[in-house]
Design a protein around this ligand. Structure first.
Ligand SMILES: *[C@@H]1O[C@H](CO)[C@@H](O)[C@H](O)[C@H]1NC(C)=O
Ligand SMILES: *[C@@H]1O[C@H](CO)[C@@H](O)[C@H](O)[C@H]1NC(C)=O
Ligand SMILES: *[C@@H]1O[C@H](CO)[C@@H](O)[C@H](O)[C@H]1NC(C)=O
Length: 240
């Protein structure tokens, strides 16, 4: 068990310095065309997508996909293992799990409390893929570090090609040694979407009909009142 825990430590430690970039990617499978800044690892077919609200808060939506055979996938929200918020995720049949982890030394990352994870709809498995869609609140800062509110930053990624965590029904379970890791740059400004409240509304409750023709929330000029057709962001948020 200790050995297994050590291996997750090592996997974050050996993240390479050969950084690549996330790009814009939109999911076409839902009624709401949701766009993310996403990095896709060609070798494994795993993709890590992120969307942030226009007004910097403490949350984001993660949209991760992996072939069914992949055991688990993970991320470092600061790029490297040490002193950064780490997320490990996997599916257990229809259920998806995201487990926050943290370590200040090159040692087994412990389960970390603080992040408020909500697994969102469309998560689960189909014939070919796992899909882990989640809202991560209180997730943009940790300890002395944070995700910058704008511009480019580095995220790390990890995955195990075949092995599920020891007890996939338990978010605190031991996670086995990775088989791949790396990091990429992501433009947080580009990952911010004024459609974010709508994404969240849909993903929290896809059965609720969406407004028939919801226009993108507009930011009115300071000197004029909002146009009658614009939906103030606060209204959309209240629906969530
Ligand atoms: C998935 O979650 C539901 C609800 O918590 C639970 O009843 C079910 O047993 C879980 N399935 C697996 C495979 O863990
Ligand atoms: C947010 O997370 C931090 C750890 O990063 C934790 O100390 C804090 O209690 C959390 N805040 C809330 C409101 O859960
Ligand atoms: C299975 O899920 C993946 C990932 O979300 C998606 O790209 C693919 O279209 C889905 N396949 C089917 C048949 O719906």
């Amino acid at each position: 068990m200790t050995f297994l825990l050590w291996t997750i430590g090592l996997l974050f430690a050996v993240i390479t310095t050969n950084a690549q970039s996330a790009g814009t990617w939109c999911d076409a499978s839902t009624p709401v065309a949701m766009c993310f800044q996403r990095y896709s690892d060609a070798a494994s077919g795993v993709g890590w997508g992120y969307a942030f609200p226009t007004t910097p808060g403490d949350d984001f939506i993660g949209f991760w996909t992996a072939p069914v055979a992949v055991g688990w996938v993970g991320a470092s929200l600061g790029g490297s293992m040490k002193s950064n918020l780490l997320l490990a995720a996997w599916t257990n049949d229809a259920n998806a799990t995201v487990s926050p982890r943290f370590t200040t030394v090159y040692a087994p990352p412990a389960v970390y409390s603080g992040p408020i994870i909500t697994i969102l709809s469309s998560s689960g498995v189909n014939d070919t893929h796992q899909r882990i869609v989640f809202h991560c609140a209180n997730c943009t800062s940790w300890g002395a570090s944070s995700i910058p509110q704008s511009g480019s930053t580095t995220f790390g990624y990890v995955l195990h090609g075949t092995s599920k965590p020891v007890d996939p029904a338990d978010a605190d379970t031991v996670i086995q040694k990775h088989t791949a890791s790396g990091k990429f740059t992501i433009d947080i400004s580009a990952a911010r979407s004024d459609q974010y409240p709508l994404y969240l509304q849909y993903l929290l409750n896809p059965a609720t009909p969406l407004p028939p023709s919801i226009p993108p929330p507009t930011i009115p000029p300071i000197s004029s009142s909002p146009s009658p057709t614009s939906i103030p962001l606060t209204t959309v948020l209240q629906r969530v």
